[in-house]
Design a protein around this ligand. Structure first.
Ligand SMILES: [Fe+2]
Length: 195
């Protein structure tokens, strides 16, 4: 059941009220699109999963230079907007395990939605980089191509493949996840500067 204090438009307003890089904004929208498609596929709450994708990096513009506060600063911001502890914990879960963020270093994701979020937000980087390599074209991108790029560790090497593989803990095969995500991003190509 959806229990969200902001509409999608209000969430977008919140993001736009901070100094965002275009590439960051694209990343939020891509994460949202994949999370919504995943929720639909897995029979979960599409609106809630989408909101989590959209806002998972809500404090990124304020923490970009100093990672130690990433997903820490967000608590106050989200509370002020009326989000509950569960939503905030789900947001924070995508920072679990990072050495750079001491409070999350030893934490582990436990919920399906948390595995889905980390997998989704990590995969956006691979798909976008591949589209850029193809002259911004995503319309004719094929599953075979994205699978190849996924296996090629030298490609978009900042995108940790193990984190993408966490999708299996959410109950989906990686191949299926790559296809679903690529298609979800094709749907919003116009909003993120792709063709
Ligand atoms: Fe992110």
């Amino acid at each position: 059941m959806t229990n969200l204090p902001l509409t999608r438009d209000q969430a977008l307003e919140l993001l736009k009220s901070m100094p965002q890089l275009p590439s960051d904004m694209n990343h939020y929208l891509e994460s949202e699109a994949i999370m919504k498609a995943l929720a639909e596929k897995l029979g979960e709450d599409v609106e809630y999963w989408g909101m989590l994708g959209l806002l998972h990096d809500v404090d990124w513009s304020l923490t970009r230079e100093d990672w130690t506060e990433h997903c820490v600063k967000c608590v106050e911001m989200l509370k002020e907007k009326g989000f509950d502890d569960e939503f905030i914990e789900n947001v924070q879960s995508h920072a679990y395990g990072y050495d750079e963020i001491p409070v999350f270093k030893d934490k582990e994701r436990s919920k399906r939605i948390q595995h889905a979020l980390i997998a989704s937000e990590t995969l956006t980087g691979i798909i976008y980089a591949y589209a850029l390599m193809r002259g911004k074209n995503i319309s004719t991108m094929a599953l075979k191509g994205i699978k190849k790029k996924f296996k090629d560790k030298a490609f978009a090497q900042n995108c940790n493949r193990d984190l993408v593989r966490e999708i299996e803990k959410a109950g989906l095969e990686v191949g299926e996840f790559l296809e679903l995500s690529m298609n979800a991003i094709k749907e919003i190509k116009g909003e993120i500067g792709l063709e």
